[in-house]
Design a protein around this ligand. Structure first.
Ligand code: HMG
Ligand code: MG
Length: 311
């Protein structure tokens, strides 16, 4: 049995949170080595077995843009073979109608579209202008809703952009509201390059609140480039946000964002939640075992402090 922190609950924090696991998508999209479809299916199965839910599985993007996830169809077919209908509950990224067609063909039920708060990243990541991205999302969203899918909206570069520098909070709120107004069920605010600090997180969540977007519609997606992801998560908890994106072993990054490194490691998040007495429903030991197993496949150790520290 692994060591666990002492539990000291805090009355001003949420009692329970949802961890939205992105390792199989955000993590593997950035890997240099090709990973077998079977290993990806094993990874997702193990993460589900550890109690993680949702587990984002892959992306239906252009295979030339993200070759690491070019096997999205094969992966989802393999998962349906293994898990049956449960596999169709796994969310996948879809940028446009072509991606939606591919997800519909497999009868998947949850998609995530991904927009940018900045012009440059809309161009680099989606081959769109800032304004053009909404025109791409609108028919995608409408058809997904008609098909009864849920749609998560990601917004990238919410705290800073490697090409444009600082990003105005008002601009982020405007773009985020746009995703929600298009019909997104939930909005995940991405610190794509990990530059956010705790006060900035509070200010952004507060600004969404002032604009009428309550914390139950928000998720926070921190990359850990500057080692701030856990501090930022605590700031988010203090604001009442209850959904956090994280990636097993701290894998991750974005191939189209300079200096994007790994996401907040699921294990590091679990350690903090354990200590704060916040319910999460996940078996830490199983996630650690999975990250060590994956590290063997990738040929390098996990960057997660908790994975490294535990015996
Ligand atoms: P494009 O080249 O402008 O596409 O790419 P197009 O619409 O002009 O079409 C060109 C060709 O691509 C056509 O084929 C389409 O059918 C095909 P042709 O007629 O020439 O044979 N095509 C597709 N094929 C398969 N699946 C598709 C698809 N769409 C078009 N979905 C596009 C535009 C959006 C497709 C491209 O820019 C793309 O795939 N971008 C994805 C980039 C990406 O996946 N980035 C990482 C995820 S975002 C992220 O990591 C951030 C996040 O974690 C939050 C955070 O950290 O901030 C979520
Ligand atoms: Mg990301």
């Amino acid at each position: 049995m692994s060591a666990l922190p002492a539990v000291v609950p805090q009355s001003d924090l949420p009692r329970k949170v949802t961890i939205y696991e992105v390792g199989a998508r955000d993590g593997l999209q950035n890997e240099k080595t090709a990973i077998d479809t079977g290993v990806k299916a094993d990874l997702i199965t193990r993460l589900l077995d550890a109690g993680l839910s949702p587990v984002e599985a892959t992306s239906f993007v252009h295979p030339k843009w993200v070759p690491q996830l070019a096997d999205a169809k094969e992966l989802m077919t393999e998962l349906v073979d293994r898990l049956g209908d449960r596999a169709r509950e796994l969310p996948v990224l879809v940028p446009n109608e072509k991606g939606l067609d591919r997800a519909l063909e497999l009868e998947l039920r949850h998609i995530a579209i991904f927009g940018s708060a900045t012009e440059t990243f809309a161009n680099k990541n989606l081959n769109q202008t800032f304004d053009g991205q909404w025109a791409m999302f609108e028919p995608t969203m409408n058809r997904a809703r008609e098909a009864g899918m849920t749609v998560r909206g990601y917004l990238s570069m919410c705290f800073g952009d490697p090409w444009e520098g600082q990003v105005e909070i008002a601009k982020v709120v405007e773009a985020g509201k746009r995703l929600l107004d298009l019909g997104a069920d939930e909005l995940s605010l991405g610190d794509t390059i990990g530059v956010a600090t705790a006060g900035h997180v509070k200010a952004l969540v507060q600004a969404f609140g002032d604009a009428g977007v309550t914390t139950d519609r928000l998720a926070l997606h921190f990359h850990d480039t500057y080692g701030q992801a856990l501090a930022n998560t605590l700031a988010g908890l203090q604001c009442g946000v209850t959904t956090y994106d994280a990636s097993a072993g701290g894998l991750g990054g974005c191939p189209y964002a300079k200096s994007a490194t790994g996401n907040l490691a699921t294990e590091d998040l679990l350690w903090m939640l354990e200590g704060l007495g916040i319910e999460h429903g996940v078996d830490l030991d199983k996630v650690v075992d999975t990250s060590r197993w994956l590290a063997d496949h990738l040929g390098r150790p996990s960057p997660s402090a908790v994975v490294r520290a535990l015996p």
